[in-house]
Design a protein around this ligand. Structure first.
Ligand code: SF4
Length: 446
């Protein structure tokens, strides 16, 4: 159970020296209780107090690192049950599972396809984070060989899936330094698996057949001295898994139940790709920090990665693009000029439609704090004065011969004022981006 600010205050030195960045020990205690400060900021905490306060200072869900170097990803370290309360911080890592049953050629081809899973959408770059290698072959040496081959062919993080600690030991020897996730410690093998995880400084997945078994197993592993853990409560049916994940998250955040204060791994089971992606979408939503699936088809993964990106943005900060004059195609002095806001979704919708006109164009993106056209206008952030100032700043007068600019139809009211301020011809464009192609054919082709 979390300590209150006053309970924490009792343990502090009460010097009120301000060295922690807050003027008093009481204020520091309140920040600590709210998860807004680190105990390390106070240099005067006694060892006894530190021990007593450790539980209060620790995040409700521990941060666990998968991998090493620039490809490493942080999992967990979340503080909210609901995104709208604040935000979710560490995007769910996505892993594609491959089997050691594949031939070397099949394995290489699959890894190459997985390496190529990168997407650009609305100014964001999406990737996946890991490859999971599962030991399905009869031959233990096959697992070691597959792990070595995959590690050599990818920079992505690795998840090693085998029940036998001896098999795991052989595979780990191939990937020293890559800090793979060891999957998984069970009631049968946990002592040997924990020893391997400690020895190689790797995160360890803990598999329990249900929440009760999982909590007991986590406590035993912590008692053995390893805390880089990832939780698998064992359920594979989607509704059961979501219920268990929700219970884990709720207990970790609301009750500070330390045995569940770790990131969650989810494994999909559906056999057709669309159902599998649907399962994965559910697990990303509630509350997996790592999802392992088998489909590697771009058309199936893009919706999943888009969903993840939407969920992990800050709901209070709209995604925005830079304020500037953008070139679509290779515009010249005869090209048309459009203007819109810097809200990413608006900007990229407009940009895509202008591309569709096949007419090289300029597109001015005005900084409206990431608000869409009508919202920005209503808030006084998309006004004639602002557009005119930006046109001047980017030197539009000298860039095009025909001084004509297209404004969004939703803000036709800006036309008169903008003409007055700039001396340009202001053309009212369509209300929706989808109308740009027919509008351009009719109005801008010459
Ligand atoms: Fe109190 Fe420590 Fe902060 Fe000083 S640094 S005000 S002693 S909590």
């Amino acid at each position: 159970m979390a300590l209150t600010g006053l309970e924490i205050y009792k343990q502090l030195p009460k010097k009120n020296c301000g060295e922690c960045g807050t003027p008093t020990c009481l204020a520091f205690a309140m920040n600590l209780a709210a998860g807004k400060a680190s105990l390390d900021s106070c240099p005067y905490v006694s060892d006894a107090a530190r021990e007593a306060l450790d539980a209060a200072a620790a995040p409700p869900i521990a941060k666990v690192i998968l991998g090493a170097g620039s490809a490493a990803v942080a999992m967990g370290d979340e503080t909210e049950l609901f995104r709208h309360d604040k935000r979710f911080y560490h995007e769910t890592a996505i892993a594609i599972q491959i089997s050691d049953n594949l031939s070397n050629e099949e394995l290489q081809a699959k890894v190459e396809a997985i390496n190529g899973l990168e997407f650009d959408r609305v100014g964001q770059h999406y990737t996946i984070q890991a490859i999971a290698i599962s030991h399905d072959a009869d031959d233990p040496a096959a697992f070691q060989a597959a792990v070595a081959a995959v590690a050599a062919a990818t920079k992505l993080n690795l998840i090693l899936m085998a029940d036998d600690p001896e098999v795991m030991k052989g595979a780990l020897a191939e990937v020293t330094g890559r800090k793979p996730l060891i999957y998984a410690a069970t009631t049968i093998n946990y002592e040997a698996m924990t020893a391997l995880a400690k020895e190689n400084n790797c995160p360890l997945a803990v598999y329990g057949n249900g929440l009760e078994e999982l909590a007991g197993l986590v406590d035993k592993i912590i008692a053995l001295g390893h805390k880089q853990l990832v939780l698998d409560p064992g359920a594979r049916e989607t509704s059961r898994a979501i219920a268990d994940f929700t219970q884990i998250r709720r207990l970790a955040i609301k009750k500070r139940f330390r045995s569940f204060g770790y990131p969650i791994i989810a494994l999909t089971t559906a056999t057709d790709p669309l159902s599998e992606v649907l399962q994965a979408v559910n697990y990303v939503t509630k509350y997996a920090s790592l999802v392992v699936l088998r489909t590697a088809a771009k058309e199936h993964l893009l919706p999943l990665l888009s969903w993840r990106q939407n969920l992990y943005t800050d709901p209070q900060v709209p995604i925005r693009v830079e304020e500037k004059l953008n070139e679509i195609g290779t515009p010249n002095e005869d090209s048309p000029v459009y203007v819109t806001t810097n809200f990413s979704l608006t900007y990229y919708s407009v940009e895509g439609e202008i591309e569709g006109t096949k007419i090289p164009s300029y597109l001015l993106s005005v900084d409206t704090d990431g608000l869409s056209v009508l919202t920005a206008y209503a808030d006084g952030k998309f006004e004639a004065e602002k557009i005119a100032a930006l046109m001047k700043k980017v030197g539009l007068d000298d860039k095009v011969k025909r001084h004509r600019i297209v404004i969004p139809g939703a803000v036709a009211v800006l036309k008169g004022k903008l003409e007055e301020l700039t001396g340009w011809e202001v053309v009212v464009g369509p209300r929706e981006a989808s109308g740009i192609v027919p509008f351009a054919r009719t109005n801008l082709a010459s």
